[in-house]
Design a protein around this ligand. Sequence first.
Ligand code: M6R
Length: 359
Amino acid sequence: GKGGYDHYMLKEINEQPTALGRSVRGRADPEAGTVDLDGFPPGTFEGIERVHLVAMGTSYHAAMYAESLLASRGVPARAFMASEYATAPPPAEDGTLVVAISQSGETADTIAAVRAASAERTLVVTNVVGSSLTRECDDALLVRAGPEIGVAATKSFSSQVATLSLLAERLRRDVVGSPSPDAAAFLSALTALPDQVQQVVESGAAERVADSFADSEAYFFIGRGPGHAVALEGALKFKEITYEHAEGFTAAELKHGPLALVTEDTPVFAVFDGRDGDTETLGNVQEIRARGGPVVAVASGDAPDVADAVDHVLPVPATHPDLVGVLANVQLQLVAYHAAKRRGRSIDKPRNLAKSVTV
Ligand code: M6R
């Protein structure tokens, strides 16, 4: 059942601390700066030279997030929409690891991508034991988020990113030959993430923001790096359950076209992750506000220059820059949820959509 919540989606948003704990527990040793993935001991990925991540929808956004994590760890990686990979697979090359990401393990487009890559080594990161993709792929890594009923993927995304974070550290060690320089700090931040997600779900800020923009024409989401993946995911969640026009962009992309859409009726949600790129994102925010566009920053509460430059802040606790996106995404899940609830939408079963897209 819904355990006292109005919707499965809200229940699953609230389950994220537990789900994340399960994804990470016993798999990360922050003191030693090492990961211990069952079935993937050190050396598992020796000989791998590049990673292709294939997925659809929310899982594709987790793939984009992982692409950033891998690239910054010196592991060449590219995220592909699984459908495009299946249509035009890159040439088979020795040393490629194809990582499929799928909550259900049953997504037809993702299965097609794995079949198109049959000459490569394949690994699925999935939430469902015994799903089709676990049979199609050479190896499976479970995200352990627990069953997800709401059509809108929530806790599965957080747990996918956590699991892919561990995989990124394993790959870094095997591909580059040494752990990431800040592996200990990263893994300790990963271990602290469940409590921080708990703080976000208890904060109440997202509902107030959703209420302030109840009558807007469209909703835009911007970010860079992992924050770009989160911007796309924020927009997908918002359009999926509110039926409003929502779009995500890289922050820099705005001035190359989308800025033409910005008016005082189009709030823009900007993800700040505490990296150098924040300065540029702040510049993009000023361009939006100069056109009258309201801006909501999703940022670490202790970034004072951001708070002064925007209309609202959805605060997230301070963490490793690679993990700010997970916390920011929870704020955006809550904004979408409250905006959809206000509009009386069918939150757990949005029109035209199915939980598992097997065709
Ligand atoms: O089960 P999968 O992760 O393979 O599903 C992929 C997409 O169909 C899924 O993430 C979809 O985009 C969600 N409804 C998003 O909330």
